[in-house]
Design a protein around this ligand. Structure first.
Ligand SMILES: [Zn+2]
Length: 81
């Protein structure tokens, strides 16, 4: 009986972990809304914690989009397009 209870608790906590992902940005604990390739996020200069995927909250996703837009502009200037 005791074992059964323990297993049930474990499954529940794991489900919560999957459901509620927090932002991968260091020092941010907001709920993640987007999942992106880690290296793409790192390219923008954001400090992310993770392995393959970076999970971003609403605010940091906005920041990420802002930065990628800026990068594109710089590249365009560089190439003179
Ligand atoms: Zn965040």
């Amino acid at each position: 009986m005791l074992n059964e209870t323990k297993i049930r608790i474990d499954t529940r906590s794991r489900m919560i972990m999957i459901k509620k992902r927090t932002c991968s940005i260091k020092a941010c604990n907001m709920e993640a809304v987007r999942s992106l390739a880690l290296d793409r996020v790192e390219q923008t200069g954001l400090k992310v914690d993770g392995e393959k995927r970076a999970h971003l909250c609403k605010q940091h996703y906005k920041e990420y989009k802002k930065r990628t837009k800026k990068d594109r502009k710089i590249e365009r200037l560089k190439w003179g397009i």
